[in-house]
Structures are given as structure tokens and as C-alpha cells.
Design a protein around this ligand. Structure first.
Ligand code: TRH
Length: 377
């Protein structure tokens, strides 16, 4: 049943909020024929991962989705009729006057799309309706997750076949990355400022295996350039340190970023969305979790490790845990740890394929959302 959806997204920092909302919007529209209006407060950020976004217009249609700039001027919402389904992404606050209009139609389905976590409590809190204190409307928290009983993960219907069909060699050549280095390890790098970048670069440079490190344009790429004492920074720059070759590539659109994850042997990913996509790419991955001031991220990290490594041989499990802890700021490693992780690359690929198959068995988030809405209306 085609419904009208309003998705509200505030970009707090980084790319994850709009990254998730954009994937959701596209899947709702393209695979479920839903009419989607996406409200986003930062078009510049959005344009980084979707270059067709115009940053100087308030309304535009992209790939069949109405994209609206959500400014501070709430008078705009006086003219707006709320949709049948309202998604408030990551507990962003709806405009007051929009909320008042929602009260006039008590069949509106109002959902707060939460952050992803592998913690066991998630399935107990998923999809529990609660009355909103001031409006009296019912709001439901939708928790994405990795197991049955949660909201699931965003996964396009044709994701595996899409990836099978793509041409790795042509893709890497398009990015000016050499493809004739069969003995080299291809690594992509996307991480937070807190990650021990200096030490990683040092270990990679000392590796006995040649390494091609691919870094999308951004703060991390700039820091590496400084670290290696290069006098200028630009996209396309290639740097050499012992057996390590570093390529600064453009910040890619989401589809190409997915391809990059499929093209590399090892992916350093972060946050939420790139972390999930690395799992779909099924190559080795190292997660830099979004750091929280109360250290709550450690619980989240451990919860995911428990689930992900459940059936992993102990050698691989220890290697993942040691490396992920180090990468998130707990403990140092010596070069041998990294080399050992590299030596397990093929085993990780095999294990991660099974992990992906397991994830694919659960209903995906968009399908769960559509089903939930149909049950309400
Ligand atoms: O950017 P992030 O750090 O986002 C984070 C997390 O979502 C976190 O949970 C949230 O609290 C915080 O934002 C505010 O990392 P994440 O989630 O991986 O999102 C990055 C997005 O950017 C993802 O959709 C992939 C996309 N991307 C590209 O499209 N091209 C690129 O070149 C790169 C490096 C990323």
C-alpha cells in the first residue's frame, strides 16, 4: 500500500544520520513504492554522500524522493500537511507546529528510529508504543539490531547480486588505484580523530607485506599527509612510506563507498552505517565505535563482539578483540598482531560470508517498518 512518509533528520555531526536516512528513503521509495519526503537540516553534509543534492535550494526531488531543507524557520510547517507516517530519526525533535497538526489526525503513525546496538536489551524495548507527554499521540521506538525481535538492518533487496555484478578492477582503476599488485593488501580507512592513527601508520609501514591504504578525503586523510610531512594536501595525492602506499581518494557517494568496501581486503569503518556495510561486504573489518563521554560505547562494542565472534575459532576471536580494543583506545599492539590479523584474511572472508548469510535471514529494517505501519493503519 503506497503511503506518504515524512522522515526528519538532524545532522548532529558526521555522516551517519543522513547516511541512514538516505538509504531508508531510497529503499522505501524504490522498493516499496512509498511517497517519501526527507527533511534534513544540513544539505552540505548530505551532498558529500549524494553529489546530486543542490545545497542552495529548499525543495528538490532526487531519485523520486522529495528532499526538503529543514531550516530554523518553523513557519514553513504552517503550510505543510503531515504525512501518514512520521519518522523522527535518532530522537530529533519535530517542529512544534508540525506536531500540533499531527494531533488533528490521530491515525498518524509516529516512529522514532533509534541508534543501532547489539546489546541484549534492544529486543525488549523494540517497537513498544508510549504516549507522548504533551501531545497525547503515541510514539513507537524502532530499534535496529542484528537479531530476531529487533527492527533489523537496512538491506536492499538486490544487495548481494548488485555486489556480485560489480567490477572490482574497473572500479579501482576509476579511482586511480593500481590493480596489478596481487601480493599487496588493499585496506580502506575511515575512522574518528581519537583512533591511534600515528601508531597504525607506523605498523603498516613496517609490514613485511606491501600495503595499499585507501583514504577518502577528510580530516584523517589530512592528518596522514601532515604525519608524513607532505607539504600540501590534495585529493589524488599518493604517498609512500617504506612498503606502505597511501592513496587519497575523493569522498565517494554511498554506492561507490559500498563498492570500495567490497574491493578491499580489510576495511577500517566507524559509527553505524559504514560498520554495517562492511559486514555486507564480508571482507575483514575493524570497527571504530562512536565514542561516548560516559564510556557507554564499550558495552556496545563488547555486545557486538560477543555476537559476531560467537562461533569464531579462538585464534581469530583473540585477534579481532585485541585489534578492535587497540583501535578504540585500549592497549597498544606490536606489528606482529597486525601481521597475524593479515594472515587470517582468507579465514575472515569465509567467516564473514557466513555472518552475512546469518544477517540476511532476518527481515530487513525497511520491510519491518512497512509491515509495522500496515499493522497500525
Ligand atoms: O559518519 P559517522 O561517524 O556517523 C556517526 C554514526 O552514525 C553514529 O552512530 C552517530 O551517532 C554519529 O554519526 C552522529 O559514521 P557512519 O555511521 O559510518 O556514517 C558514514 C556515512 O558516510 C555512511 O553512510 C557511509 C558514508 N560514506 C560515503 O558515502 N562515502 C565515503 O567516502 C565515506 C568514507 C563514507
Amino acid at each position: 500500500m503506497p503511503r506518504r512518509w515524512d522522515i526528519f533528520c538532524t545532522v548532529i555531526d558526521n555522516f551517519g544520520d543522513i547516511g541512514v536516512c538516505w538509504r531508508l528513503s531510497r529503499q522505501l521509495s524504490h522498493e516499496y513504492g512509498q511517497t517519501v519526503r526527507l527533511w534534513v537540516n544540513d544539505l552540505q553534509r548530505f551532498a558529500r554522500l549524494e553529489p546530486t543534492v543542490k545545497t542552495n535550494v529548499s525543495y528538490q526531488t532526487i531519485q523520486g524522493i522529495e528532499v526538503c531543507f529543514w531550516s530554523n524557520d518553523i513557519a514553513v510547517f504552517e503550510q505543510i500537511e503531515p504525512a501518514e507516517v512520521v519518522i523522527e530519526a535518532f530522537a530529533c525533535q519535530l517542529p512544534e507546529n508540525y506536531l500540533r497538526k499531527m494531533q488533528q489526525n490521530d491515525s498518524t503513525v509516529w516512529i522514532n528510529l533509534e541508534y543501532l546496538s547489539a546489546e541484549p536489551w534492544v529486543k525488549h524495548y523494540h517497537a513498544i508504543p508510549s504516549p507522548h507527554p504533551s501531545s497525547g499521540l503515541v510514539k513507537t521506538c524502532f530499534f535496529p539490531g542484528f537479531v530476531a525481535g529487533t527492527g533489523g538492518l537496512i538491506r536492499e533487496k538486490n544487495y548481494p547480486s548488485q555486489q556480485d555484478a560489480f567490477q572490482r578492477q574497473a572500479f579501482l582503476q576509476r579511482l586511480d588505484i593500481p590493480t596489478n599488485c596481487p601480493d599487496s593488501i588493499y585496506i580502506s580507512l575511515f575512522c574518528y580523530d581519537q583512533a591511534p592513527l600515528d601508531s597504525l601508520i607506523k605498523h603498516l609501514a613496517e609490514s613485511t607485506v606491501p600495503i595499499l591504504l585507501i583514504v577518502p578525503d577528510g580530516k584523517i586523510a589530512q592528518r596522514i599527509t601532515q604525519l608524513l610531512n607532505y607539504s600540501h594536501y590534495e585529493v589524488g595525492l599518493q604517498m609512500q612510506l617504506q612498503r606502505l602506499t597511501i592513496f587519497i581518494i575523493p569522498f565517494l557517494d554511498q554506492t561507490d563507498y559500498d563498492r570500495l568496501l567490497c574491493s578491499c581486503d580489510i576495511n577500517f569503518v566507524r559509527g553505524e552505517d559504514s560498520f554495517v556495510r562492511a559486514q555486507y561486504a564480508a571482507n575483514s573489518f575493524i570497527w571504530n565505535i562512536y565514542p561516548q563521554t560516559d564510556q557507554a560505547h564499550w558495552q556496545k562494542l563488547d555486545a557486538f563482539l560477543d555476537l559476531y565472534t560467537l562461533t569464531m575459532p579462538s585464534d581469530m576471536k583473540n585477534s579481532v578483540q585485541q585489534l578492535w580494543y587497540y583501535w578504540n583506545g585500549r592497549g597498544e599492539i606490536d606489528g606482529k598482531v597486525l601481521l597475524h590479523f593479515f594472515s587470517l584474511t582468507e579465514s575472515f572472508k569465509k567467516y564473514n560470508k557466513t555472518w552475512f548469510e546469518q544477517l540476511s535471514k532476518q527481515q530487513h529494517l525497511t520491510s519491518n517498518l512497512v509491515q509495522f505501519v500496515e499493522n497500525q493503519l
